[in-house]
Each structure stands twice: as C-alpha cells, then as structure tokens.
Design a protein around this ligand. Structure first.
Ligand code: GCB
Length: 613
C-alpha cells in the first residue's frame, strides 16, 4: 500500500514537473473564448439578497456546503417535497435581474449594498457524446462560490478577471441549474482593499458561457512578434486533453503563412514562424490578420495584429519608431446607466469619446476591463495600458493578499496577451515607497515578464518634492528599477496649490527611461460657470488643463500622458451635495455625456502634438 502511494506521488510529481517544463505560463484559463463554441447563459437570473449569509452558514456558522447539509444551503435549490416540508427560500418566486449586470444599478434598494447575493439560472443542454464542457465567467465581483446541479465547482476571488470550471461529468443531458453566491464585501486583505475611489459594483458583471470543446482542444496559444525582429512570430500552442501528441498547422492567409507544428505529450508546442514582411498593426493602421490554428482534434480562429513595442533610452518605439502616447484614463463605467459598462456597444460609446479627443492610447484604470473593451480598442487603433487593482495601500506582507494579486495578474495577462494594442502591463497605482511593497510589486513584475516578455511593464507611481527646493519634483521610486516605463500621477494645481503653480515646476527623473504622466486632473461640474480660479467651474478645469499641458509639453522625457479622466464616475468618496453628489467630477465628459470645456483644451493639445511628431 505504501509503495503504491509512493509510486502515485512520484507519478503526480513527475507529471506536474513535465507540464511545467513545457509551458511555464500555463494557467487554468481558457482563452479566446468569444471565438469558441458557446452556449450563452446571459439573461435573466433569479436572485436572493442574503446579508446574513443565511443560505451559506448554519446557525453555528458552519458552511452548509462543507457539512453536506442540503436542506439549508441555497446552493441545492430545494423545493418542498410535499405540504409538510418547510423550505424558507424559493429562487423561482424571487425577483430576477439581467446578467451580465451589477446589482447596484439594476435594483434601487441595492444601490449601496455590499454583501452576499445568490443567483440562479436554469438551462437546457443537449449534451454531445465525446465533448467536454466548461462553465466560464467573464468576471464576478468580488468572491464567487459556484455550484452546478447542487455540487460545488469552486471559489474565485477577484472582481475583474475571468475563470472557468470543467463540468463535463456534472452536466446533465437536459435540464441543469447553476447557482452562484456573490459577495462584494470590501476586505482589508483584499485586492483592492477597503478604500478605493470608485463604486464597488457587485454581481455577475460579465458574460457567463458554457463552452463546448472536443475531448482534446486548444486551450490557449500565443502568437506575437519578436520585438527585435518584426518578421518573426513567436509563441506557443497548448492543448488540453488525452491526446497530447498531435500535428497541427497555423494558417495566416493574408501573410501566406502555413506553418506546421507538433505538440509533445503534454500538449505543448513552441512556435517560431518566419513570416516575412507583415502589415504591422498601429493606431493609424489597426490591421488584424485572420489566424487559424488547426490540430488533429480542434480548430480555433482569432484576429491578431502584429507590431513591435520596445524602449530605447527615453523613447517608446512602436514598430521601431518613437511614439508619443496621446491618452486618457477610463473607468469601466457607463455614466448614462450609472453602472458597470459592458459589451461592445458601451465600449464603443466610451472609446469614441477618446478617439474624438484625438487619442491614440487609453489607460484602462484601475483593474482589468472586460475583453470587449480591449478588443474594441484594438479595432479602433487605440493602444492600451492594463492594470491590476493593487491600489493605494494593500496588505503588502500578507501572503494570501499576494497570491490574490498574482492570480489577478496572471488571469489578466493570459486573457489578453494576443492583443496587439496592449503595450503596457501596470502592476498597480499610487502605492507607498516601503520595502514590503517593493518586494511584492517587483515579484509581480517578474512574473508578468515570464508570462509575456513582449510588452512593457510599468506602475503608476507618485512624485515627491525635493528637499529645500519647493518647486523641484522628483520621481525616483526604487520600484522604477523593475519597470520599463516610469509613470507617475501628479495633481499640481488641484490637490497641490493653484494651477499657476505649474509654471514654476522643474522635474528630476531618477531613471533614464521614458516617462508617462499616468494621471493629472481637476474636478468640474458641467454647466457650472465661474472664472478661472473658481473651483468646480468648467472654466477652472479648462484653465488647469492649459497650465498642466504647458508644463508637460516642455518636458522632453515625457513620452505620453493619460489625464484623469475621460468621464465623470460614481464614487462614495465624493459627497459634496452641490458639485459632486457622489460623482468624481474630474471627467472631461459629464455624467450626462456632455463634453466640458477642458475636453477641447486637451484635444487642441493632442492635435498640435500629432502635427509636430
Ligand atoms: C488618484 C487615483 C484615482 C482617483 C484620483 C482622484 O490619484 O489614482 O483613482 O480617482 O486620484 O480623483 O483623486
């Protein structure tokens, strides 16, 4: 018996090591989901609000799903067996809301709610023999416990990244039901932590799909240009299933590529394609190739752009040429419905405002936005900065907080590492300069490079004043050593003095690297008139932008900016009853979609920059 156990252990260890060796970047996520065989579970889901977690714990606070008690736990969706049977909940008689969608914007009483809500949806499947099935969630904020037909599939933590569970064995041919307990309670040890300047929208905020695959399928792949050689496409194909060893082909029709490969027993193949001269993706030419990967058991398509991105001295080079990033920050929020933005139409609405501003770049703050946002930006020719919510002050020394941040980083990168427009991975925003945080964030940066060495790494840092020189500002955060691009937030003229302070500022950057201003901004209530010194007036915001842009335009090491922010957004930190009303008013577009005066000041600056470069 002991020998058998040892043998099993050795087998388990060797197979783990084996697959690791093949693909160090493999994580349990199915990518390129929108191009797969899907059954959408979007639509109306019944819900039960459960502030005391009554459907999860018994009165001794034991989780029902751990003690195996199916009578109390809502996960089992129990119905009374007969009239003598007491059941104190009923999903089917409970109200329903639309998924994807946050609960705060759909149910008035839940506008400020933070806690647990249970969701249930019935669905039918015609199960096909030999197929595998995966339940996929684009994102659930913040903690999700997922059950299929009364069995627990697992837990996912982190509100902005996708996850999936294999359900092949649990899925019925015919009727099924899925139950999700969603909890958006803010936590001190969370990522982000309890304190953020945005609304904590709870719920199943992105698509839910049942993915149908063949027994062995293409789980993930990466095809990107080598940054030093614009004719070489590199990456990998990763199969999942019992038939690891296969032959396959990658076809890129418009590039005349027909590339054969072989996967090993672990399903992994390294790819190196001599593609010749390609039609390179850029903001002016957002060209995407039709890519088709075929193996003996699967075919997968995607549209992929090819471009190089690199840093040389203090320049950012896109396809070998210096680029100036004319950007703007965005939250994933639609002001017109006052809720989480979702899907292509809402992405188009937001990103069009950025295009009209003459942007070639957006910073998707402060967490990974939905995949439609990234893909829509890619089609529109907008470069992208993506970020994980390592925001302000999280628990730098807590190992589980670190694992949580790492998991969110991995899920973000693995989802989007084939997108040509994504050029920067950000490790976080405005974090304190202390040793444990440097350890924490430099480890994230190291992992980001391992998962995707083809993009630039950055983080939104802070500035500080040089001692005894009140107008000299420095960016010399030791984290800068681990970053390709130095980025920082500054609010000179808003949180720091009056706008004309900008006239006096000198900059010192501690690194010979390109510099980006990841944030600057001032609040204004659209329609409120005043002179240039009246805070909250559109005139003041426009004046502030004028002063800022003059200062920024003079500094040669600055290679781009993303002012804060494209659109007014909801925030519990902004209670002023006249000017804010729980909106952060730093938008260049108002909460009703009207462009403020400052919008045109920035547009003018970007028009001039574009002409001069
Ligand atoms: C910042 C934060 C951003 C806030 C912004 C503000 O520095 O990074 O999340 O919303 O300032 O408006 O104060």
């Amino acid at each position: 018996m002991r020998r058998l156990a040892t043998l099993l252990l050795i087998l388990m260890l060797t197979s783990a090591v084996h697959s690791q060796k093949g693909n160090p970047t493999k994580i349990n996520l199915i990518t390129n989901v929108i191009n797969r065989n899907l059954i959408s579970l979007d639509g109306r889901w019944n819900y039960i609000v459960d502030p005391y977690e009554n459907g999860f714990y018994d009165y001794r606070r034991r989780p029902y799903d751990e003690i195996g008690d199916r009578t109390g736990g809502f996960y089992s969706d129990r119905k009374p067996a007969d009239k003598t049977d007491r059941v104190e909940y009923d999903f089917d008689l409970s109200p329903a809301m639309t998924i994807p969608g946050d609960w705060n914007s759909q149910v008035n009483e839940l506008k400020l709610y933070e806690g647990s809500v249970w969701f249930k949806r019935d669905f039918e499947v015609k199960k096909k023999p030999g197929k595998r099935y995966f339940l996929y969630f684009g994102a659930v904020n913040y903690e999700a416990h997922v059950y299929l037909n009364g069995k627990k599939l697992g837990v996912h933590i982190g509100g902005f990244t996708p996850f999936n569970f294999e359900v092949t064995g649990l899925l019925n041919d015919g009727s099924n039901f899925v139950v999700v307990k969603v909890d958006n309670t803010r936590r001190l040890d969370g990522v982000p932590t309890v304190n953020t300047d945005w609304w904590n929208y709870g719920g199943i905020t992105r698509d839910v799909f049942l993915i149908e695959t063949n027994d062995t399928f293409i789980r993930d792949f990466k095809l990107q240009l080598n940054n030093n050689d614009p004719e070489l496409i590199e990456g990998f194909v990763q199969l999942d299933g019992s038939k690891g060893e296969q032959t396959g082909t990658i076809r890129i029709e418009e590039a005349n590529v027909n590339y054969n490969f072989k996967t090993g027993s672990n399903g992994y193949a390294e790819i190196k394609i001599r593609a010749g001269k390609l039609n390179l993706w850029s903001p002016g030419n957002p060209f995407l190739y039709n890519v088709k990967i075929e193996t003996e058991t699967d075919t997968l398509k995607d549209k992929i752009g090819f471009r190089t991105i690199a840093v040389k001295g203090t320049d950012i080079l896109l396809n070998g040429k210096p680029v100036f990033l004319r950007g703007i920050c965005l939250h994933e929020e639609n002001p017109l419905k006052t809720g989480r933005a979702y899907g292509e139409a809402e992405a188009l609405m937001l990103l069009n405002w950025a295009k009209e501003l003459n942007c070639n770049y957006v910073r998707l703050a402060h967490y990974p936005h939905n995949e439609y946002m990234v893909r829509t930006a890619e089609k529109m020719g907008l470069l992208v900065w993506e970020e994980i919510p390592v925001y302000w002050t999280i628990q730098w020394e807590n190992e589980s907080t670190f694992r949580n941040a790492m998991n969110q980083l991995e899920e973000m990168i693995v989802r989007d590492r084939n997108r040509a427009n994504v050029i920067i991975w950000s490790m976080g925003n405005e974090t304190p300069v202390i040793e444990p945080r440097i350890r924490f964030m430099s480890k994230l940066a190291e992992r980001a490079r391992e998962l995707d060495g083809t993009r630039l790494i950055s983080a939104a840092l802070e500035v500080h004043r040089k001692e005894n020189e009140p107008f000299t500002y420095m960016v010399d955060d030791p984290l800068g050593k681990y970053l390709d691009v130095l980025s920082f937030n500054e609010y000179i003229g808003w949180y720091d003095g009056k706008p004309d302070k900008c006239d006096k500022i000198k900059w010192e950057f501690g690194y010979d690297k390109p510099v980006l201003i990841s944030e600057t901004g001032a609040g204004a209530l659209q329609g409120f008139k005043g002179d240039s010194l009246t805070v909250w007036s559109e005139e003041h915001q426009a004046y502030f932008y004028g002063k800022q842009l003059k200062m920024i335009g003079k500094q040669k090491q600055i290679k781009g900016l993303t002012p804060w922010i494209l659109v007014d957004f909801r925030s519990p930190r902004r209670p002023h009853p006249v000017y804010q009303n729980f909106w952060n008013r730093k938008g260049l577009v108002s909460s009703s979609g009207i462009k403020k005066k400052a919008y045109f000041v920035l547009k003018n600056f970007y028009d001039t920059i574009e002409k001069s470069k």
